[in-house]
Design a protein around this ligand. Structure first.
Ligand code: PLP
Length: 393
């Protein structure tokens, strides 16, 4: 079984590039050059140097002792929360900005929902001195004022998307329109393992540093580079894909992807894509998405903005359909509790996204011997208001 992309841009039944004709030249330019650029020694050297000196990699693999005692297993946390800007997203934006430079692009565009990807993009644009335009729904601009301010301080122009529901999907449409109008000088940085081929493969490659480091660190710490379980939360699926990447062909390693059940899978307020979704096309690729019988995308819901997405990347759809990875979900409430538990047992306040992965530990059973790696995709500073409201601090 091949779990990675084939030469046509597919993962089994999923993937491809379902794009308007006018976007074809842009996507085709990327498709033709991305592997050659990324695999060049000079690119790798530059990428690795920035990951080390700017992002602060390798991120630690931390054996959480008190959490391990509680769950009766060896729980290792892959500390993406310690990266510069506080999450895994910077691994991808560093990779894509270097790629954009190699393609001779002078201008960067991105779309953002909660603003985390917008901030990660604005950050690398400041770092490299490239013009940056971030599209964001009008409603999200109002909801996410601190991230809007960060982007502006970093020198980005934040453009309000005022059509439709005025949220992420409308920002994505605006970004696509911009790219069609500026095919020569502009690169579009997508923030997860979604979008038309080659984006899902490209983003997974940049994020695969997570599992590459984890294998080395596990070998050093346990004498075995294969754990029993690997867990990660899934919005579009980039931290999960980075965390799974080098374990996908290790068939004894169980991969668990945790989606956001929101207020309950069947509550009508959920983002549990594999539980509720059907096959279809979303944002340029064939995958699994939440949709009505006549193919309208259903508005997702999660308390965590990063998981509030109606689909999953095509590689995840393939891992799900082939049962190579298990897709589960936990609720808002369970995640908030797991976030509080980690904070009080280990002194680490996790992003509510990451707390979803932690929350699933509660539903697993261990014998005391298992090695379990959980991707701590980000830190919880950005979520303090939500934690405060819920727990009444
Ligand atoms: C954006 C985000 C996610 C969700 O995105 P993926 O592409 O699924 O990884 C998860 N955790 C954090 C901290 C995020 O900022």
């Amino acid at each position: 079984m091949n779990y990675f992309v084939n030469e046509k841009g597919y993962y089994g039944d999923f993937g491809g590039a379902y794009i308007p004709e006018m976007l074809y030249p842009n996507v085709e330019e990327l498709r033709q050059h991305y592997l050659e650029i990324i695999n060049a020694p000079e690119f790798q050297q530059e990428f690795r140097a920035l990951l080390k000196d700017y992002v602060g990699r390798p991120s630690p693999l931390y054996l959480a002792k008190r959490l391990s005692e509680k769950y009766n297993a060896n729980i290792f946390l892959k500390r993406e929360d310690l990266n510069h800007t506080g999450a895994h997203k910077i691994n991808n934006t560093i990779g894509q900005i270097l790629l954009a430079e190699k393609l001779g692009k002078k201008r960067i565009i991105a779309e953002t929902g909660a603003g985390q990807h917008g901030v990660a993009t604005a950050t690398v644009c400041a770092l490299r001195g490239l013009e940056c335009v971030v599209y964001m729904g009008e409603i999200d601009i109002q909801r996410q004022a601190p991230n809007v301010a960060r982007m502006k301080m970093l020198g980005a122009k934040v453009v309000s998307a005022v059509s439709g529901s005025k949220t992420l999907k409308d920002a994505t449409n605006e970004a696509m329109r911009d790219w069609i109008n500026n095919p020569i000088d502009t690169h579009y940085i997508i923030g997860s393992v979604v979008g038309p081929h080659p984006y899902p493969d490209m983003v997974a490659l940049f994020q695969s540093v997570i599992s590459e480091e984890t294998k080395k660190q596990l070998l050093e710490q346990t004498g075995n580079d294969q754990p029993d379980y690997v867990l990660a939360c899934v919005g579009g699926g980039s931290n999960a894909m980075g965390m799974f990447y080098h374990f996908v062909n290790d068939k004894d390693v169980k991969l668990i992807a945790v989606e956001a059940a929101g207020k309950g899978v069947h509550s009508g307020h959920s983002a549990a894509t594999t539980a509720l979704g059907k096959e279809g096309v979303l944002h340029g690729s064939r995958s699994i998405l939440m949709q009505t019988d006549d193919g309208q995308v259903i508005e997702p819901y999660s308390i965590s903005a990063g998981l509030d997405y109606p689909g999953i990347g095509p590689q995840h759809a393939h891992l799900f359909k082939t049962t190579r990875a298990e897709y589960v979900s936990v609720s808002d409430e369970e995640s908030l509790d797991a976030g509080l538990l980690l904070t009080q047992l280990e002194g680490i306040i996790p992003a509510i996204e990451s707390a979803h992965a932690l929350a699933y530990l509660e539903k697993m059973e261990f014998t005391g011997k298992e090695n379990v790696v959980v991707c701590l995709s980000g830190r919880g500073d950005k979520d303090m208001e939500t934690y405060m409201k819920h727990f009444g601090f």
